[in-house]
Design a protein around this ligand. Structure first.
Ligand SMILES: *Cc1c(COP(=O)(O)O)cnc(C)c1O
Length: 397
């Protein structure tokens, strides 16, 4: 059984704050401070360029990729770390399109995160071969699969509603029709149990700064099923993915297997934070995390529906259909969110009317949920949120 009071003690959480936004940006793992300082002082500071060899910087993206692989049910040497998720989605989609041959359609859903769709639109433009991005409602995806579709590109857990696709079932159905699958695990990694091998995904990508707590701008990851690795011709053919980066050849030759998903110089300082963030997961059983996340989410839904009947649940009521977040709709959701943030309960808002709350058992317990709901109910029922200052839109919501 996972000891969640231990994991909670490993994070810095500001006094008095109830943090329900780990689905956007995880909190600081306390050990990261010392570890990062060591990387700064003793590695960068003292070793300078020698750090690439002597501190093993060059190998960190693979090493941490392997650590993530263990957490996500993937074989060794199938996950590479680096860049941002937008870029990893682009890489994965480009590789998937290569494998999809002459088929012209990329299928996704209207619940996908915009950057995934924008990257697809940009890639389609640059490939200039009549590719088409088709969007369906999330519930329609299963019935929309047919042999005209080349790539199915989905985010497993909807960033707005928390609705979860059945990754294994949709992958199996797609593959039976010769469709290549690309899964975005942004809201899955560290949130729900993932078994990439069992799901038989072709490609996947995700970020580490949400439920994995690597800090703002922490590196993303990409997964490529071993059977595809050797055939894959990278569109983002960077020198770190070359067979011999330090041969400085004038022509690109793809590196072995997952190595070819590297692009350029990895962010060593951010990787240092990720190392400490992943240490927290040692001894954590993902099934326990899921169980506790469901308990916390159910408690939150129950209490909010009792105390704030003005809100409408926007997430699936069935916990099995939900990731680790709960969303409520309210026309004035933006102002309410600003008012509760000022009172120390942190969630976020997604246009046009969604208030989103993330549940992260590593550092949240039932007391936090009860305390958070009491504040939300007070803000809502007292009308405090109606003050003008809460309606002014900030750049980041
Ligand atoms: C958070 C998120 C992203 C963010 O992409 P970045 O390149 O890291 O900014 C992309 N896709 C999905 C589905 C996300 O939830």
């Amino acid at each position: 059984m996972t000891d969640f009071s231990r994991t909670k003690s490993l994070f810095h959480l500001p006094e008095g704050m109830v943090y329900l936004d780990g689905n956007s940006l995880g909190p600081l793992p306390i050990a990261a401070e010392k570890h990062l300082l060591n990387t700064l002082r003793n590695e960068w500071g003292e070793l300078l360029i020698k750090g690439w060899n002597e501190a093993g910087w060059m190998n960190k993206p693979n090493q941490l990729g392997d650590r993530l692989a263990k957490m996500l049910g993937a074989p060794p040497s199938s996950i590479m770390l680096g860049d941002t998720l937008s870029i990893k989605v682009y890489q994965a989609l480009a590789a998937a399109l290569d494998l999809a041959g002459e088929r012209k359609i990329i299928l996704s859903d209207t619940g996908n995160f915009p950057t995934d769709l924008y990257m697809a639109q940009g890639l389609i433009r640059s490939l200039d071969r009549d590719l088409e991005l088709v969007l369906k409602q999330p519930e329609e995806i299963g019935d929309s699969l047919d042999e005209t579709i080349g790539v199915l590109m989905l985010t497993q857990i909807d960033y707005r509603t928390g609705r979860m696709h059945d990754m294994a079932a949709l992958t199996a159905k797609a593959q039976a029709l010769g469709i290549i699958t690309v899964w975005d695990l942004a809201h899955s990694a560290g949130a729900v149990p993932i078994d990439l091998r069992a799901a038989n995904a072709d490609f996947a990508a995700g970020c580490t700064y949400k439920y994995l707590n690597s800090g703002p701008g922490g590196p993303a990851f990409i997964y490529v099923a071993p059977k595809h690795q050797q055939n894959l011709k990278p569109v983002l053919a960077g020198w770190h993915g070359h067979e011999a980066p330090f041969a400085f050849d004038l022509d690109y030759r793809a590196g072995p297997a997952i190595e070819r998903m590297r692009i350029g110089t990895p962010p060593i300082l951010q990787i240092s934070v990720l190392e400490s963030a992943l240490d927290v997961w040692d001894g954590v059983d993902m099934e326990d995390v899921r169980q506790k996340s469901i308990e916390l989410s159910q408690l939150f839904i129950e209490l909010i529906e009792q105390q704030c009947p003005q809100f409408t649940l926007a997430s699936p009521r069935d916990a099995a259909m939900r990731g680790s977040q709960v969303s409520f709709q309210f026309a004035e959701g933006y102002a309410v969110m600003q008012a509760i943030i000022e009172r120390g309960v942190i969630g976020d808002y997604r246009a046009p009317d969604i208030m989103r709350f993330g549940f992260t058992p590593l550092y949240l317990d039932e007391d936090d949920i009860r305390k958070g709901v009491a504040i939300i109910a007070d803000v809502v029922n007292s009308g405090l949120w109606k003050r003008d200052k809460y309606r002014a839109k900030k750049a980041v919501t």
